[in-house]
Write a protein that binds this ligand. Sequence first.
Ligand SMILES: NC(=O)c1ccc[n+]([C@@H]2O[C@H](COP(=O)([O-])OP(=O)(O)OC[C@H]3O[C@@H](n4cnc5c(N)ncnc54)[C@H](OP(=O)(O)O)[C@@H]3O)[C@@H](O)[C@H]2O)c1
Length: 324
Amino acid sequence: MPTIAIAGASGKLGGATLSALLAHNLIPASSIIALTSSHPGSSTFTALAATAPGLQVRHASFEDPASFEQALRGVDRSGGGEDDNDDGSGKNKKRKKWVEVSDGDGRERHHRVAINAAVKAGVRCIYYSSLAFAYSPQTRSGTSTSKAAVMRAHLRTEAYLTRLRDGKQLDSVTVLREGLYAESWPLYLGYFAADGADPRREVLLAGDGKVSWTAIRDLGIASAVVLAAEGGSEFDNGLFYLSTRARTAMDMAEVAGLVGAARGGKEEEEVGLDEAAVRWWASTYEALEEGECEVDDGMLEELLGRVGVKPEGMEEVVRRMVKG
Ligand SMILES: NC(=O)c1ccc[n+]([C@@H]2O[C@H](COP(=O)([O-])OP(=O)(O)OC[C@H]3O[C@@H](n4cnc5c(N)ncnc54)[C@H](OP(=O)(O)O)[C@@H]3O)[C@@H](O)[C@H]2O)c1
């Protein structure tokens, strides 16, 4: 059983992945290492440690590369990480360890700290939680370019990982382009308040386009199924979109309609111009207009099906969030 280290384990995506690994008995808690920038004794560290008996929690901060390396070296010393390459002698075990990288704010500087530390510590397989932009609805495939600045950082990290693999510093790089969080519609809808406190009836955006919104719970489950697969599995060295299907994709105008309905029939209006939009974030809407997030890939459904779960729909997510 490989030992898996999860960066950002206390966060939304890492937390959902950790919960899914445990809830669906995909990997024993003792084979999982939850990484956190917090220190032993802090509330975050203590809460993580209380998640499941046997779960190991390690301090690792993006601001302190040595701490990351140390946390991952601990995996070696604990003896975890053996896989099917064990020759049976008990001596020359080829070790493999897994780490999922996620930094919470998309900055590639943090990505590099985690990746470089993993390589130094002898990790051979990295599962990178990228983002579900850069899809081409025309060719129904992922591309390596994006109008969205937020995605370009992920693309650079994907390329960095590929270079490390090509240079034999890693055996496997699996890229999971995680669907846009269904729960993040308030952000895309101009920081609209989900709790009904926002008095605006009109929301100004820099552009609009269909998005294959995906619930965080489902991203966690699908990521967990991939992480738990045997080494040398169908996922090794793949690039996958984890996303709901294009037939249920919605643009922001449609999401605004859902929000209005969930708030008691008051329709929000949405138009495509905001002169004050920050250029960096506005590029995100250009990408939406291009259809970069109108992903049509059955992988998420298939992975959830393996543990008997159906994807949560956008309507359900909006209703849950608006009703509180
Ligand atoms: N698909 C989407 O729509 C979407 C949206 C946003 C983000 N993302 C991606 O998902 C990943 C994680 O995002 P998230 O939504 O889970 O973020 P989040 O909920 O804000 O969690 C961020 C995580 O990063 C950890 N962290 C913060 N500062 C750190 C540091 N200095 N060193 C080490 N760890 C640190 C935090 O843990 P501690 O406080 O315990 O250290 C926390 O677990 C990112 O890669 C991001 O690109 C995807």
